[in-house]
Design a protein around this ligand. Structure first.
Ligand code: TUI
Length: 311
């Protein structure tokens, strides 16, 4: 079977399949990361808003479950980002991905520790800046993604980033199966990053209520909140998004809105509160119909993608 697909990313990270798991806050804890890496992809622990020492424990627990390489995602809006960046360097994780900001000030420290640096970008300008700063690869993330998003679509962003940089590009946003993966390769990507499909993985600790919402979602069931204060977040439409958007329309302040969001992701992931919780998910949620193991997800994608690219 021609299922293996060697790319610059599988070489860079020392993995079998060019499938990266998104660094989702609360969702991407060590069980999920270890399962993705064990299956031959690249698992990532999402530090989100967690304290640095909690992230260190997650890294150590992940190492007990797998010998294979995995990474850490540093969410740069976290006030603890600096301490987490340091933990990633001290623990010498294989790679760090970053989100929601410019990781420039940590790059030298990571490179010195031998940690590969893979910033998530939402524009060509940011991709070029990251390459100049020494990034080993970039994730080009389209607006189809769940969570904090930029405005360019994956279909337009990936080929433009691939043309603008010489480092490898990982496509993210709206990819949920082998067709999306094959398309990403056609657009110039060397790998894909998946979030939403791994939220409903068997090994994902996300509350069953949240998983059910993703499995039941249709194509147009996500909404973007926070556009007015420059922090757009894609999530499934529910009581929370309706209340948020009502307040946003009435000109509520950023602080007032933050109060509403505060802890809402945890509420959804941990407590299964699908009414007042934030159900971050990408636009591809409508395609995802069943809960599968990480291994089944990756193997099915590789097989479908392989068949398409042979034709
Ligand atoms: O970071 C993400 N997705 C996220 S982070 C997150 S946690 C959160 N929770 C509640 C409210 C808000 C966030 C949930 N989802 N994706 C990576 C990503 N990075 N998308 C877009 C960007 C980005 C945007 C601007 C990267 C760099 C950038 O540069 C701005 C600058 O500093 O010039």
């Amino acid at each position: 079977m021609g299922m293996d697909r060697k790319t610059r990313i599988t070489e860079l990270l020392g993995i079998k399949y060019p499938v990266i798991q998104g660094g989702m806050a609360w969702v991407a804890e060590y069980h999920l990361a270890a399962a993705v890496s064990e299956a031959g992809g690249f698992g990532i622990i999402g530090a989100g808003g967690a304290p640095a020492e909690f992230v260190r424990e997650q890294i150590r627990k992940c190492r007990e479950l797998t010998q294979k390489p995995f990474g850490v995602n540093v969410m740069l809006m976290n006030p603890e980002a600096e301490a987490i960046a340091q933990v990633a360097a001290e623990e010498k994780v294989c790679a760090v991905t970053t989100g929601a900001g410019n990781p420039g000030r940590y790059m030298a420290m990571w490179k010195e520790a031998g940690v590969k640096v893979i910033p998530v970008v939402a524009s060509v300008a940011m991709a070029k800046l990251m390459e100049r700063g020494g990034a080993d690869a970039v994730v080009a993330e389209g607006t189809e993604s769940g969570g904090h998003i930029g405005s360019a679509t994956t279909f337009t962003l990936v080929p433009q980033v691939a043309d603008a940089v010489t480092i490898p590009v990982i496509a993210a946003g709206g990819i949920g199966d082998g067709r999306g993966m094959a398309a990403a390769f056609m657009l110039g990507a060397d790998a894909v990053q998946l979030g939403t499909r791994f939220v409903v993985a068997k090994e994902s600790v996300v509350h069953e209520n949240y998983k059910k919402k993703i499995l039941a979602a249709k194509d147009i069931d996500s909404q973007v909140t926070g556009m007015s204060h420059g922090h757009p977040v894609r999530q499934l439409r529910n009581h929370m998004t309706r209340e948020y958007l009502k307040l946003e329309k009435s000109g509520a302040s950023f602080e007032e809105l933050e109060q509403l969001t505060l802890g809402a992701l945890r509420k959804a992931v941990v407590e299964g509160d699908v009414v007042n919780g934030t159900l971050m998910a990408g636009q591809i949620a409508g395609l995802i119909k069943k809960e599968q193991t990480c291994e089944d997800i990756i193997l099915a994608m590789m097989e479908e993608c392989g068949k398409l690219l042979e034709n």
